[in-house]
Design a binder for this molecule. Structure first.
Ligand code: FE2
Length: 485
């Protein structure tokens, strides 16, 4: 286990800005590349956490940089490119910060932030490939289309106008485009991609999206909310889209006036219950189910059992970390951010009841599954994790959790692994048969390595050296070679 001060120093060093864009083969430094591992790994995350000398106050604000790793069975070709959003380009042109962000106001206090409603689209949270298009995602605004090979930014993408906001004036002033979250879910049977956005207006709403396999988007569906909710991820089962509405509320007036950032305006009523919102996919009215207090950024998976009960596995925190704590962390101070722990919610939609049980006391987040089983009964997930006695929000471990056999951990301390992404050995391989890919920040070398791991015991299959370091990113996706045209 690394001490808190050592972990903090490693984390802060990993946040250094990436100054260059590369295009080169990676050096294999350990093991052998599996011949069957063929396809492209795309990942997204902030390439820098400061702009022109001003540190962002929240990791959600750093400019998105997409990385691309093409595996051909013999070697891995690497490329990284910043997403050239309109705001990124405008700031690069003038050499200073021009826009407010989700968690960072402009320097200069209220005088410079008052009623500034144009927020920066950081395009930094995830990347999805669907119907031949590669999109960089950020939950507050439009996705950005990238060339799947060169990673050149082709522009923001609104699905032929379907993401234009036709809501009330207040809503359109704040968000001329509908938000499109960074956690879309593919229905493995239909090939449809589902996603959502949270929309502010006189009545706050969830907007639900369905993108057909040909890339066309169906008319969005609107579901009214009791209040503007902070929803980062959702669960798609065969019958439902499921949202966890925690008792976290936006101080809309404070955020819009410039007194606070949107994330700084969030207030958490820790002891208030969570409302689970189950939206039937057949168009019938939404069902609400009361649940225990708590906040979840991420879900591993969810499904219906044979009796119609709904099971959801998510990473539950006691409460949302405060903006002040996150800001203090980025400024180099030790903070007490509540850990997330894998938790199962067993929901009876008819009786409107929910039972909650911890799957393991192990701290874990950024869970991923074998995506072929999205929305279906499943056995395995992988996640970043930390030791029970580890202080601070530092994840030095990876976790493999298997619902029958239990868990396996691998400790990388003092290094910092990123989201472990499972890749099946083939389309017909059994669940959990394949590889796990993770980018690991190597503390001593101040460089990042790409690990290929065995999914069961997380042992190293091989390791490749990047020519530089990457700040710890968020999410990625795998595109197998037979789908890469
Ligand atoms: Fe996320």
């Amino acid at each position: 286990m690394a001490s808190e001060s050592a972990s903090l120093a490693v984390y802060l060093r990993s946040n250094a800005s990436v100054q260059r864009e590369f295009d080169q083969a990676l050096q294999l430094v350990e093991g052998e590349l599996p011949a069957g591992l063929r396809g492209v790994l795309y990942r997204n995350g902030p390439g820098k956490l400061e702009a022109f000398g001003h540190r962002y106050d929240h990791p959600f604000d750093g400019d998105g940089m997409v990385t691309r790793f093409e595996f051909n069975g013999q070697s891995v070709r690497y490329r990284n490119r910043y997403v050239r959003t309109a705001e990124f380009l405008a700031e690069e042109r003038v050499g200073r910060m021009l826009y407010r962000s989700f968690g960072t106001n402009l320097p200069g206090g209220l005088r410079t932030n008052f009623l500034r409603l144009h927020f920066k689209n950081a395009a930094n949270t995830s990347v999805v490939h669907h119907s031949g298009k590669l999109l960089a995602l950020w939950e507050g605004g439009l996705p950005h289309e990238l060339d799947p090979g060169s990673l050149e930014t082709l522009g923001s993408y609104d699905f032929a106008g379907q993401l234009q906001n036709h809501g009330d004036l207040l809503g359109r002033l704040v968000a001329p485009d509908l938000p499109f979250s960074a956690h879309p879910k593919l229905d493995p049977e239909s090939g449809e991609l589902h996603n959502f956005g949270t929309l502010m207006g006189k009545t706050s709403q969830l907007v639900l999206y369905r993108i057909r396999p040909d890339g066309s988007m169906a008319t969005p569906r609107y579901v009214p909310l009791p209040a503007l909710a902070f929803v980062h991820d959702f669960v798609l089962t065969k019958r439902y889209s499921i949202f966890f509405l925690s008792a976290v509320s936006f101080g809309v007036a404070r955020a819009l006036s410039g007194l606070a950032t949107p994330v700084g305006s969030l207030s958490s009523a820790d002891s208030a219950p969570t409302t689970l919102l189950l939206v039937p996919r057949d168009g019938s009215p939404a069902i609400t189910v009361p649940a225990q207090p708590g906040f979840l950024f991420h879900f591993a998976n969810g499904f219906e059992d044979a009796k119609g009960q709904v099971v959801v596995d998510g990473m539950r925190m006691d409460a949302l970390p405060s903006a002040a704590e996150v800001r203090a962390l980025l400024a180099g101070r030790s903070v007490n951010i509540p850990p997330a722990r894998p938790t199962r919610y067993s929901i009876d939609p008819l009786a409107r009841r929910c039972e909650e049980s911890q799957l393991t006391p192990t701290k874990a987040d950024l869970p991923t599954i074998d995506s072929r089983l999205s929305g279906r009964p499943y056995r395995h997930f992988w996640a970043i994790s930390s030791a029970p006695e580890q202080a601070g929000p530092f994840y030095h471990r990876l976790l493999h959790f298997e619902h029958r056999a239990g868990q396996t951990l691998r400790d990388f301390a003092p290094d910092l692994p990123g989201e472990p992404l499972f890749v099946p050995a083939s389309e017909s391989a059994a669940e959990g048969e394949g590889w796990v890919l993770s980018l690991v920040y190597r503390a001593a070398a101040h460089r990042t390595d790409l690990y290929v791991l065995r999914p069961d015991d997380l042992g190293t299959v091989c390791r490749l050296e990047l020519p530089h370091h990457l700040p710890i990113g968020f999410h990625g996706t795998w595109l197998s070679a037979n789908r890469f045209a």
